[in-house]
Design a protein around this ligand. Structure first.
Ligand code: ZN
Length: 195
């Protein structure tokens, strides 16, 4: 496994942050170590999070639609309007996808539930293998919940191939346009998010 690079703020930028944003040196260090020690290790385990979140949201929306339809078809009862109002807010969820590292004999497996899916994966594998395993398991969720077609191993592999190939193209091509120097990032934040 590659070691996560620790975000280190350059001393010149750190001085600019203190001077222009009025933040103490101690606070800069506190945020720096909070990000490196608490957030970054978890980001690393949120494999393929854009893909996972997108599929999760799509299934969630279909669950919400089905639930609203059932509520409309049912006899009105006290509590229905209350529940419908909550379903209408986009933060109330009926479906989540959870990635769960475990010691498994198999490489990965997915348990499907009404309220979500849990993808269990063997965390002994390297990062590249885990990403492929998760793309394959997301393929099973897509088959079952979104395409509603036969959930075969080959179909899950086909989905994994397309998702990984697309990700690859992103890293090769589009990624370049997000690369900026530390000074550019500092200036962008200063001008876009004026305090
Ligand atoms: Zn499979």
């Amino acid at each position: 496994m590659e070691v996560a690079a620790i975000v280190m703020i350059d001393s010149e930028i750190s001085a600019k942050i203190t001077k222009e944003w009025g933040i103490s040196k101690d606070a800069v260090q506190e945020y720096e170590s909070f990000f490196a020690e608490k957030i970054k290790p978890i980001i690393k385990t949120n494999y393929l999070s854009h893909l996972v979140t997108t599929v999760e949201n799509m299934v969630n929306e279909s669950r919400v639609r089905d639930c609203l339809k059932s509520l409309t078809d049912l006899e009105p009862r006290s509590g229905h309007e209350w529940f419908k109002a909550r379903l209408g807010t986009r933060t109330f969820r009926l479906y989540s996808i959870v990635l769960e590292p475990v010691k498994l004999k198999r490489r990965a497996t997915t348990r499907h539930h009404q309220s979500g899916a849990i993808i269990y994966y063997n965390s002994d594998f390297d990062e590249k293998t885990i990403r492929i395993l998760i793309a394959h398991e997301i393929g099973h969720i897509v088959n079952k919940e979104l395409l509603k077609r036969a959930d075969t191993e080959s179909a899950a592999n086909l989905f994994a191939y397309i998702a990984m190939y697309d990700k690859n193209c992103f890293y090769k091509g589009e990624c370049g346009k997000f690369v900026s120097s530390d000074v550019e990032i500092f200036n962008d934040i200063t001008s876009i998010c004026r305090a």
